[in-house]
Design a protein around this ligand. Structure first.
Ligand code: FA5
Length: 335
């Protein structure tokens, strides 16, 4: 048996060494080392040798198998290296494929800029849910059920009491309910309205801002907003406070800047008026103060809500808001 084992080893090793392809090598593996191969059938003969010789022959059989396996694996490595080197379709000197860099969406960039400006004025940043309760979106903002002001919002309802927030103002109520004055916050985020034309999209972004303290006046609101438009557009950009109405502020205003597309001469974006509205604002209504448990005789505050897409349109001279969400890379990669 010893002789047979050594002969099989020599034969297998020489066949493996001489082989020239991976297919041939696999056939040799099956022939010699496979479950039904020559080596296994020799091993089965071990049961017939005397018990004296069995340990020695058993060890020899294992050594032979290990040696043949190692010759086999070396040959396998050798064949695969040669195969790669011979593969003429690979040219390691060619330059790599160009992968273009992505960049932040223009609305995200403007949003970050707006947040940084208000942070610079000492406002904290708070975020709230897009899926909101009717209670915070309307009730706590002095807009009870059946109030005509609800019609202005074109609301997407999820159920009778749950909706997609139509503005970021619910964050005023959420924060004031939990914290006592003085406070100064902005609340950036997505808002939703069933609305679409060249200046309206069904999903857009707002940044709510509000400040509550003793003796806060409309002059403070004007100061903060003028500082904001000076920094986001250019110093001294004309600003117009137009009397308006929001149930949660009194007095209320809509704030316009001179149209930067036509410089005030009139175009389709400013609907020929020379002005474009960028935000709504006002002094927080005493009724809202009372609902969150503040004493309106001791505290006053202002609030505002800025439309971010409008700011982005004006900053970049874009005349159709819907371009931001058309997913056209030719448009988006310009920013
Ligand atoms: C509001 O949403 C009030 N919550 C703002 C506010 C906050 C007033 C605090 C007083 C105190 P308004 O509906 O006007 O107001 O929207 C505010 C801004 O969001 C608008 O000036 C406009 O810039 C932007 N906006 C409104 N609707 C759309 C829309 N569909 N698409 C894009 N921007 C919009």
């Amino acid at each position: 048996m010893e002789e047979e084992l050594l002969q099989l080893k020599a034969e297998a090793e020489s066949a493996i060494q001489d082989c020239t392809s991976t297919d041939e090598l696999e056939a040799l593996r099956i022939k010699y080392l496979g479950r039904k191969g020559l080596f296994s059938s020799l091993m089965r003969g071990l049961g017939k040798v005397s018990s004296e010789d069995r340990p020695r022959l058993g060890k020899l059989a294992n050594d032979v198998k290990t040696d043949v396996e190692s010759v086999f694996s070396n040959k396998k490595d050798e064949l695969s290296t040669t195969a790669n080197a011979q593969d003429s379709s690979l040219d390691y000197t060619l330059p790599g494929r160009y992968i273009p860099f992505g960049n932040a969406h223009p609305v995200t960039k403007v949003m970050d800029e707006v947040i940084a400006i208000f942070e610079g004025m000492g406002f904290g940043v708070a975020e709230g849910p897009d899926i909101e309760l009717d209670y915070y979106n309307f009730e706590m903002l002095n807009i009870p059920a059946h109030h005509p002001a609800r019609d202005m919002h074109d609301t997407f309802y999820v159920s009778e009491s749950i909706l997609l927030r139509t503005h970021t103002s619910p964050m005023q109520a959420r924060i004031m309910e939990k914290q006592d004055p003085p406070l100064r916050y902005i609340a950036p985020g997505k808002v939703y309205r069933c609305d679409s034309d060249i200046t309206h999209t069904p999903m857009f972004h707002q940044v709510e801002g509000f400040l509550v303290d003793r003796s806060v006046s409309f002059a403070d609101l004007k100061g903060v907003l003028t500082n904001f438009t000076d920094r986001i557009f250019r110093k001294g950009i004309p600003l117009r406070f137009r009397p308006s109405f929001f149930p949660f502020t009194e007095p209320s205003a809509e704030v316009d800047i001179a149209c930067v597309i036509c410089e005030g001469s009139g175009c389709r974006v400013c609907k020929q008026t020379g002005w474009i509205e960028i935000l709504g604002a006002g002094m927080i209504d005493p009724e809202v103060m009372k609902m969150v448990g503040y004493d309106p005789d001791q505290y006053s505050g202002f609030a505002f809500g800025v439309g971010i897409e409008r700011i982005a349109m004006l900053k970049h001279g874009i005349d159709d808001i819907r371009l931001f969400y058309a997913n056209d890379l030719r448009f988006l990669s310009q920013f």
